[in-house]
Write a new protein. Structure first.
Length: 293
């Protein structure tokens, strides 16, 4: 009760006077203090979002919804609204980066979503080439005898035609698998080998597609903001989403063998436990989750 009362009084009365006093003492508005005081990355950009959302000025509230092409104009409008001198190049540069990160996150989600919506098409030559590339990356010493083959089970697909396993995540699932196998070939082959463990084994490709869904859902609900804002001083790209996926694949394999599940029948239980672990890590404002780290 007292906590809610204090929160109400602070938002309604004390916050205004505190900001007024700080402006008198420092000669800077709240945005200048945020952009000048916080280190580059998630802490600064998230503070900018919070500061904008409580503002009564439309130009400030709308800044968090700005598109990439409008960022430069938006920065000028904000500086004009807050009467900040154009010669304050530090403020201008920092605000520009934060707004790029905000708009870039939204754009990245749309790009990922669009790729997810593309169904795997066995009549599409590019799709088929990526699928064969996946096989060659993972099984360089074994030729694929036919496009429809039980051999696909050797890399963790459910049946003799992998296209049916991409239904949930569409082409995104395949692109993720290929990216990991191409950029971390040694690790991918090592994990594939471990996935064939007689007791603790799991279906490599199916689990990989499942982890695509995890990465996608974390991006969609905003949980990847701190990670991406810390990782990229500007526009997050598809490359950065793929890198996070690689982290998930590598860490899940470690997690699975450390937990030693009784059988693959308990996959959903351990998958959710791993999901909660990752979500907990992403709550840290300083977080960066990449394979290199």
């Amino acid at each position: 009760m007292w906590g809610r009362l204090w929160g109400f009084l602070y938002d309604r009365y004390f916050r205004f006077w505190l900001k007024w006093v700080l402006r008198l003492l420092t000669g800077k508005c709240e945005l200048q203090r945020v952009l000048g005081g916080a280190a580059a990355g998630a802490r600064r950009t998230l503070s900018v979002i919070s500061a904008f959302l409580v503002k009564s000025f439309a130009v400030l509230r709308n800044a968090v919804h700005v598109e990439e092409a409008e960022v430069e104009k938006c920065v000028r409008d904000v500086m004009k609204e807050k009467r900040i001198e154009q010669r304050d190049t530090g403020f201008k540069a920092n605000l520009h980066i934060s707004l790029l990160q905000i708009s870039g996150y939204k754009k990245l989600y749309l790009n990922v979503e669009n790729l997810r919506k593309v169904p795997y098409d066995s009549e599409n030559e590019e799709h088929e080439e990526q699928l064969i590339e996946l096989w060659n990356l993972l099984m360089p010493h074994e030729n694929l005898k036919a496009r429809i083959s039980k051999q696909w089970c050797d890399i963790g697909f459910q049946g003799d035609d992998p296209k049916t396993d991409f239904r949930g995540m569409g082409l995104l699932g395949l692109v993720n698998l290929v990216y990991f196998s191409k950029h971390y070939t040694h690790e991918a082959r090592q994990i594939l080998s471990r996935s064939n463990h007689p007791k603790l084994g799991y279906s490599y490709a199916i689990v990989g597609i499942n982890l695509t869904e995890m990465a996608y859902s974390l991006l969609k609900n905003g949980a990847l903001k701190s990670h991406l804002y810390n990782m990229v001083a500007g526009l997050p790209q598809m490359e950065h989403f793929h890198q996070f996926y690689c982290y998930l694949v590598y860490e899940f394999d470690k997690f699975w063998f450390e937990e030693e599940p009784e059988s693959i029948m308990h996959f959903n239980q351990y998958r959710e436990k791993f999901h909660e672990k990752v979500k907990g890590l992403l709550l840290d404002c300083n977080v960066i989750l990449t394979l290199q780290n």
